[in-house]
Design a protein around this ligand. Sequence first.
Ligand code: SF4
Length: 186
Amino acid sequence: MKIKDILIHCCCAHCAAYTIKYWQEQGYNVTAFWYNPNIHPYMEHQNRLEAMKTLSENMGFNLIVVEGYDFVEYFRRVVGHEAERCGLCFDIRLSKTAETAVELGIDNFTSTLLISHQQKHELLKEIGEKLSQTTGADFLYADLRKRYSDSRCITKPMDLYRQQYCGCVYSEWERYNDKTIEQSSE
Ligand code: SF4
């Protein structure tokens, strides 16, 4: 029987833990993938990456970390389109994941963002499915939102760094000011 492979874009350790377990239980050989230029500032990115590396060691899965920190690319795409930034942000991260899957000969990709209640779930699904058509890697969808508490059960004893906002500076401002950015700046 052919072993099925999947490349899983990981937004953070706490969303990754159960998502990785789930796809392993579905019979997939999992490779985790870190590419999150939407996380600001840099040391916040590094704290979340360190937590992800510790999870990878503790759970024993392979983790690919993209070198560098493409935050300039993130802002080039988003500035002037702040109200639509999440779709652009998903596209930046999932495009890189799908393209890398194709380069590595991995047939399937998905994202740990699908376990989060905080994310625009239907938009994520739409962008993943669009990338299936344009890149040739198959986007595997699973609605894992009811399993987020299972993910926390796995990570809690590990005492990993846990973020307080989604990632970008806009989301940090919204988190601490209880506001939403409605309008683009243009
Ligand atoms: S709020 Fe989160 S998903 Fe939306 S653009 Fe910012 S980091 Fe990306």
